[in-house]
Write a protein that binds this ligand. Sequence first.
Ligand code: NAD
Length: 253
Amino acid sequence: MIASDLQSGVEQLGEMIARAKTIVPFTGAGISTECGIPDFRSPGGIWTRNRPIPFDEFVASQSARDESWRRRFAMQEVFAAAKPGRGHRALASLHRAGKIPAVITQNIDNLHQASGFAADRVIELHGNTTFARCIGCGQAYPLDWVKQRFDRDGAAPNCTACDEPVKTATISFGQAMPEDEMQRAAELSRACDLFIVIGSSLVVWPAAGFPMMAKDAGARLVIINREPTEQDDIADLVIHHDIGEALGPFVAN
Ligand code: NAD
C-alpha cells in the first residue's frame, strides 16, 4: 500500500516499528544522497556521467585500472567529507534500542559504521570503497598508499606481495558476490519480522532478491524511496518521499 502522504507514512511506519521484534534494514545509494554522495540512477547520478568499468576489463587492462582509480580519486573529497544522514542515524538509534541486529547494505561508503554500527553488524554486499585490496592475495591497502604510487608512477599500482592489481575493496559488475555476506544477509532476511528497503531502485541482482526472501519468510515489507521500484506491489507499506524526512522522526537524541 502506498502511503497517501508523508505524515501518514511516518505514522504507519512508527506503528510497524513499535510492533516489530527484529527489524532488518536494506539500504541503497538513496540513503546517502543527503550526505552529498550521488546515487547511480537518479538524474545527475554517477551512471549518467560514467559507464561502469566491469571487473574483467579492470583485470585485463592497465588503462582501465588507471581510469578506475582516477574516478575514485576524483570522488575522494566527497567521500571524505560525508557524514551520516538522518536515515543512517535513525537506523543507528533503532540498533542501540535492540530492534536492529545488523544492516544489509549495497552501499560502499562506510556511513553505517560511521553512524555507530560495529563493522561486523554491517553486511556490505558490494564491499567498501574507503580502502583497497589486492585482487590476487587480498592484501588490504589504504587509499593514500595507492594515491602516492599512482602520483609517483603515473599508473595504478600492483600489490607489493604478489604483483596482482590493487582495486578498491568493492564488488564490480562481473565480480563474484562475497559468499559470507550473501549467506548472512539471507539468514537475517529470513529471521526478521520487519524488512525495510531504504533508497534502492532494487534493480541490482542478486541483492534485490532479499526483500522477496524476507516477505516469503513472513516478514512485513516497507519500501522508502522517492521513485517507484519494481517491488512496490509486494510491499505492505511504500513511502514515496525523501528518506531524511521519513526516517528523521526515528532519530533518538
Ligand atoms: P540506485 O542509484 O540504483 O537507486 C537509488 C534510489 O534511491 C533511486 O531510486 C532514487 O530515487 C532513490 N533516492 C535517492 N535519494 C533519495 C532520497 N533522498 N530520498 C528517497 N529516495 C532517494 O542505488 P542502488 O539501488 O543502491 O544501486 C546502486 C549500486 O551502486 C549499489 O549497488 C551500490 O553499491 C552502488 N552505489 C553506492 C553508493 C554509496 O555507497 N553511497 C553511491 C552510488 C552507487
